[in-house]
Design a protein around this ligand. Structure first.
Ligand SMILES: Cc1ncc(COP(=O)(O)O)c(C=O)c1O
Ligand SMILES: [Zn+2]
Length: 373
């Protein structure tokens, strides 16, 4: 059905080997031959599992699912332009990370693994904890000590063991990596099966646009799990011969922590770690993106770009979205702020798709502070 392949040394491994990293330490990707039959897909229930021939799970009995996906697309007026926005905040755990978690945890069940560790700025931890709860898999989630309370409560409520780590997001990642010496690492960043779930974002856009790809896709960018998922998904569609091209991919970072924006501006192949400042967009406050090289390659290959928006722009975009009835978390509003910038130079008629990536109920403290101002 396919195999795991190392980005550094090219080594390959069977998809059924319980590993998340190459022996050389390199990052792994899943290489498979995707297949799509629109007539069959169109007859199936409206969940992301309707693309099952493109997903690396052998036996449907291993599926760990809440019938998630096929999120509705709404139109949003931004600077006088109509932009299409996929409502990814409507997933069961409240963010797009459920796409990755449903496929990753299904694979974990298929591999017979009974306990996992993961680290997250919050939402990926919520998603992995929810799916592990459904599958009865033991789960330990490492988060930075300053993660939003709502996300901590949610992770605990699912029954996961929560480890709050003092210091930076990177300190949290290091603590999880140490724990991953003993337990399987269900990392949304390292583990390639997570991207095999987030890639369904692209498939759904293609189907919802009448089996056509848009011109441009704009998403928030931290570790790049939605960005790379979109890239992999559109490449799959082209590989399978059902789409002609990959859309221009635009990533939006918070100016307070923008290593990939800086690397892109310098024409560098990889990001250098940055010293980050506090930002409203906690979900993308990543100083050392693990898959930075892969993200920058995808940006350049698709003729895309990386934008950096400041907290004032994020706040304005958030308030404007809420006033249109969309209750989203500030990290999601970073992408909307990016669209405000992007559309100034967009072509007439350019079809632009973005996403509300996380629910506003995740960030009550931040939204409370903003509403009091
Ligand atoms: C709501 C929200 N949007 C976007 C992102 C960005 O995802 P990534 O870091 O994988 O780029 C996150 C990450 O946690 C998030 O929580
Ligand atoms: Zn290797």
């Amino acid at each position: 059905m396919g195999h795991l392949v190392c980005q550094t040394c090219g080594a390959t491994y069977d998809l059924d080997e319980p590993r998340w990293r190459c022996d050389c330490g390199g990052i792994l990707d899943v290489d498979l031959v995707p297949a799509f039959d629109p007539a069959t897909i169109g007859r199936r229930p409206p969940t992301l599992w309707r693309y099952r021939e493109a997903l690396p799970i052998c036996d449907d009995a291993n599926r760990v699912s809440f019938s998630e996906g096929f999120t509705p697309i709404v139109e949003m007026e931004i600077e006088g332009r109509t932009v299409l926005v996929k409502q990814e905040h409507l997933f069961p755990s409240g963010s797009f990370k459920d796409r990755g978690a449903t496929v990753l945890v299904s694979k974990i069940r298929e591999l017979g693994i009974r306990a996992v560790v993961e680290d997250s700025s919050g939402n990926a931890g919520c998603a992995v904890a929810a799916y592990c709860a459904k599958a009865g898999i033991e789960c330990e989630i490492f988060v930075p000590a300053d993660t939003a309370e709502a996300k901590l409560v949610q992770i605990r409520a699912y029954g996961a063991k929560l480890q709050r780590i003092a210091g930076s997001r990177e300190d949290t990642a290091r603590a999880a990596l140490a724990a991953a010496e003993k337990q399987y690492y269900a990392s949304h960043v390292w583990n390639p099966f997570f991207l095999q779930g987030t890639k369904t974002f692209a498939y759904e856009i293609w189907e919802q646009l009448g089996w056509k790809v848009p011109d441009t896709v704009i998403v928030p960018l931290g570790h790049g799990t939605l960005f790379l998922g979109a890239y992999i998904g559109f490449v799959d569609l082209v590989k399978a011969g059902v789409a002609q091209r990959v859309p221009r991919l635009v990533g939006v970072q918070a100016a307070a922590s923008a290593p990939l924006f800086e690397a892109f501006a310098r024409n560098a192949d990889d990001g250098s770690p940055v010293t980050k400042r506090a930002t409203l967009a906690e979900g993308i406050a990543i100083a050392e993106p693990v898959r930075g090289r892969q993200i920058l390659r995808a940006v350049r290959e698709t003729g895309g770009l990386i934008l950096a928006v400041d907290d004032w722009e994020i706040e304005q975009a958030l308030k404007a979205a809420c006033r249109q009835g969309f209750y989203i978390e500030p990290t999601s509003a970073a992408a909307i702020a990016g669209i405000h910038r992007y559309v100034q130079k967009a072509q007439p008629g350019e079809v632009i798709v973005s996403a509300f990536t996380g629910h506003g109920l995740k960030a009550t403290e931040k939204l409370l502070r903003l509403s009091a101002q």
